[in-house]
Design a protein around this ligand. Sequence first.
Ligand SMILES: [Zn+2]
Ligand SMILES: [Zn+2]
Ligand SMILES: [Zn+2]
Ligand SMILES: [Zn+2]
Length: 304
Amino acid sequence: MERKCGNKKARVEEPLLLLPNVQVKQEVPDGGEGAVVVADGAPGNGNQAPIHGTFDPTVLHCPVCSDRLRPPVFKCAAGLHKACISCQGKLPGKRCHSCDHGTGGGAYVRCHLMDDVVCSFRVQCAHHQHGCTSYVAYFEAPDHESACPRAPCSCTEPGCGVVASPPNLLGHLVSAHSWPVHGIRYRTDLSLGVRASEPRVLLVTAEEDGGVFLLSLGTFGSAMAVSVVCLRANGGAGQQYGLKLWAHGSGGRAVMLNTDVTSSAAPGNVDVDADDFLTVPPTMMTGPDKEMVLTVCIDEAGAA
Ligand SMILES: [Zn+2]
Ligand SMILES: [Zn+2]
Ligand SMILES: [Zn+2]
Ligand SMILES: [Zn+2]
């Protein structure tokens, strides 16, 4: 059902255009916990201290589709009602969704002042408790948070339940669970001796972007499955990675896997149904602990 924006609501919007550096508490429509919203303020007034307060979030949403408003924002010819670019184009004759029947509002036009408002109001990333320090425009927050490198991941050790950002979970896995960790560099081979009794090895590009990867071993019949996943909550966003993985046997024999690196927010065992993995035959293992010699090389395959 469309929400009617009357004259009173329009007057609420206008004074905010004049407030410099406003930091306000947002009241979330679904009744959830409010988010801090920061307004950069009007140009030329940037030196004033932030102001804390409350703010009606409907001002920052399209009253037709309820999506977050982003530039360009449109207003009806009467100047009373706003709409996003999608809705203003869909409305019959581009007439106002609220006042075309009564007051003859006319076609929508750009509202540059509302562009300033929606660009100025910034919210703290929802993952700030996990170390993200970003403030982003309110309309950009969902995109940021879905790609935020601090989005939390889970420890999969039985009974643990720790949830933390990838760099903090890395520290936890090493300190609390003694998972071994090796530094790697992208596009550089790392030789690694692994064994079945130590089925998880963390790989970290500490000198580059701090990417955290987990090499896991699992049984696959009489063979061993070896996989590498990236520890992060949003594998579809941002940097993508490629993997080359070799297992070496005697006499120069080797098996190799060349694939993309998948991501996991809760990495643990090899998932033979979901992950690409290298199958290492028993002839390439030595001793009762199935020791193997691997070479791993991860490269940045390009941004998504
Ligand atoms: Zn809309
Ligand atoms: Zn109107
Ligand atoms: Zn973030
Ligand atoms: Zn844990």
